[in-house]
Design a protein around this ligand. Sequence first.
Ligand code: SF4
Ligand code: SF4
Length: 169
Amino acid sequence: MLPTTHDAIVDDWKSNAQDHDDENYNFLRSLKRRSSKKVDRIAQELHREVFQIVDCTRCANCCRKLRPVFNDEDIDRIANYLGQTREQFITDFLEWDERQHQYWTRSTPCLLLGDDGKCTVYDVRPRTCKEYPHTDKEGFVFSTISRAKSALVCPAAFAIVEEMKERLG
Ligand code: SF4
Ligand code: SF4
């Protein structure tokens, strides 16, 4: 059963995410043998349920552990929000990845994370930050390795995977 409060989901993740990693990885890989549409439907239902409980502004673990990609629209929107030129914003916060031809945050934790643990550009944050942990995207069965990694970083993703085992096990 899904924990019913934000704190209970975070506590469950802290206590069990590492221990359940192998089991969750194997479960997620096994989903490739299931109906992709059915898996998507259940993942999307659970994503809605879990994000009604989890408050990302009280967590921000993804902001501490991951380096999100900033596309051109993200850069223009956030630079404008901060009253900076595009060039200044890139200099202050981002790093160009020559191999993948994209901008990432310059370091972890993300330099846009405030001292209070909240994103300083939350309303205009990058698309990938809004969409993380991507558990409601179509084609769940084709991204199971990424979802297993998400369950180690994100309490919400962990809760979704744990409940998927119940509903699809
Ligand atoms: S831009 Fe905001 S939401 Fe995205 S990683 Fe940085 S602090 Fe977190
Ligand atoms: S997406 Fe996951 S890791 Fe990021 S703030 Fe929300 S619950 Fe925490």
